[in-house]
Design a protein around this ligand. Structure first.
Ligand code: NAD
Length: 479
């Protein structure tokens, strides 16, 4: 497998042959070293994307679709291998990694189909001697910056619609998980995308490279998934060139369980939402609100199942929760738990970093439940990004709606209820981009994914995801 940069259809060393190490978060072991791009490499990648845009943007929709189909088939054929690689560099259980690869592949399939359906409009004119047309054209070369928590899907969710629209791309994956990105690009090369259409810059410290990419007039669009803090920084930088920006940022999802819900399903849903990827997902349940009359029953059933979750190295059979990505992530989880306990929360289970055989690296944390959590605690204000489930009690629908609607976050929310009127009131009044009703895992390739407020800008997935990469041109013809 490659460990170099991919620029203009060629794999090559970074300028000065700089490299950085990639490590396994489960063991701390060195996996390999990959190229560490410099500003000069970034300039070449942008130039390549710009030149390729000339021809790729004029390619037929059918041809673009065919290449996306080929890439899709290759990803699916290599799903097992990609999943194993992802587990090694990211830590998630290998079955979960495979699920992510297939979810990621779905975007490539969906946009292979949609590539052929980018239509314009004809608008009735006010004069017989005029014709009014609306054309949809690719926005230009795109910079895609992705995080480590979904090393495959965050790339395909951006790249597939960009390529379908006729854009070329420069991908900058997370420094924690560059290997999955490299493998995906190798498969894209095998599928036959022309040189310069897809470029890959792996880099350890993104500042220098991103300065070049964000200030280049040749990059017309930034699509980013990651933290709100970095998203705001990129948005400010992009403002100078008035570049189009899509941002998928942090979430702090409320998970609301009403007394009329199927409590078993709510417990299973809370586990699926909270503990997937060890709690390191932007849409995971971060605030579990339970109606007071069922609080004791819910907490007890939840505890019984959470205590059974198996924590370990993602390559081991039956493991359900892998390591956290790095030491800082574990320290953040510890800080949130300590702060909550000091301010009066009760520990229902877990609460500790795991040590001993198999956990020597110190990046494993027990699945944890906290009860009696209140709004003044850190855990109520920030994403924990770890396997900690805080439970809050509520009495009325109005009260929980007020608590759930956060001043800054607005990505995903979940409601468990069997009441139709309540379903409608809650889905209409929750200020979130995604609402799952009795559904803990709503994200699919054909539907829009994105946040309100500081959780983001724009949408990925479905027809909405394609619009992010298109410019609307109005043409008035007088004859
Ligand atoms: P991060 O913001 O630290 O990093 C994300 C990416 O930005 C990485 O590739 C990183 O190298 C890059 N980056 C960092 N500083 C940069 C700079 N100055 N210039 C250019 N690039 C820079 O986030 P993370 O820790 O990798 O991911 C976790 C965060 O992502 C969480 O907040 C999570 O909620 C969010 N997330 C959101 C979604 C969504 O769809 N809304 C999906 C997954 C993750």
């Amino acid at each position: 497998m490659e460990n170099r940069l991919y620029i203009n259809g060629k794999w090559r060393e970074a300028a000065g042959s700089r490299q950085f190490p990639v490590t396994n978060p489960a063991t701390g072991e060195f996996i390999t070293a990959v190229a560490d791009a410099s500003a000069a490499d970034a300039r070449e990648a942008v130039e390549a994307a710009w030149q390729a845009f000339e021809t790729w943007s004029k390619e037929t929709a059918r041809k673009r679709s065919e290449l996306l189909y080929k890439w899709y088939r290759l990803i699916v054929e290599h799903a097992g291998e990609l999943a194993s690689l992802m587990t090694t560099e990211q830590g998630k259980p290998v079955n979960e990694a495979k699920g992510e690869v297939l979810y990621g592949a779905d975007f490539v399939l969906w946009y292979a189909e949609e590539a052929k359906r980018i239509y314009g409009d004809l608008i009735p004119a006010s004069a017989q001697t005029k014709r009014l047309q609306v054309l949809q054209q690719p926005v230009g070369p795109v910079l895609a910056i992705t995080p480590w928590n979904f090393p495959a899907a965050m790339i395909t969710r951006k790249i597939a619609p960009a390529l379908a629209a006729g854009c070329t791309v420069v991908i900058k994956p997370s420094e924690e998980t560059p290997l999955t990105a490299i493998r995906l690009v190798e498969l894209a090369e095998q599928a036959g995308f022309p040189p310069g259409v897809i470029n890959l810059l792996t880099v350890q410290n993104p500042r220098e490279v991103s300065e070049v990419l964000l200030t280049s007039p040749l990059i017309r669009k930034i699509t980013f998934t990651g933290s709100t803090e970095v998203g705001k920084f990129l948005m400010r930088q992009a403002a100078n060139g008035v570049k189009r920006v899509s941002l998928e940022l942090g979430g702090h999802a409320p998970f609301i369980v009403f007394a009329d819900a199927d409590i078993e399903k709510a417990v299973d849903g809370a586990i699926a939402s909270k503990f997937r990827n060890a709690g390191q997902t932007c849409v995971c349940a971060n605030r579990i609100y339970v109606e007071e009359t069922i609080l004791a029953a819910f907490t007890e059933k939840f505890r019984a199942k959470v205590e059974q979750l198996k924590v370990g190295q993602g390559h081991q059979e039956d493991v359900e929760i892998g390591p956290l990505i790095n030491q800082e992530a574990v320290e953040k989880v510890e800080r949130h738990v300590r702060d909550a306990l000091e301010k009066g929360a009760q520990l229902v289970c877990g609460g500790q970093r795991l040590t001993g055989a198999g956990y020597e690296n110190g990046q494993f944390f027990q699945p944890t439940i906290l009860a009696g959590v209140t709004n003044d605690m850190l855990i109520s204000q920030e994403e924990t990004f770890g396997p900690v489930a805080p439970i809050y009690a509520f009495r009325t629908e109005e009260e929980v709606l007020d608590l759930a609607n956060h001043p800054n976050y607005g990505l995903a929310a979940y409601v468990y209820t069997s009441n139709l009127g309540r379903t409608i009131r809650m889905t209409e009044n929750l200020e979130f981009g995604i609402v799952g009703v009795n559904d803990p895992l709503p994200a699919v390739a054909q539907a829009p994914f994105g946040g309100y407020k500081e959780s983001g800008l724009g949408r990925e997935g479905g027809k909405y995801g394609l619009e992010e990469f298109l410019e609307t041109k109005f043409v008035s013809i007088q004859f």
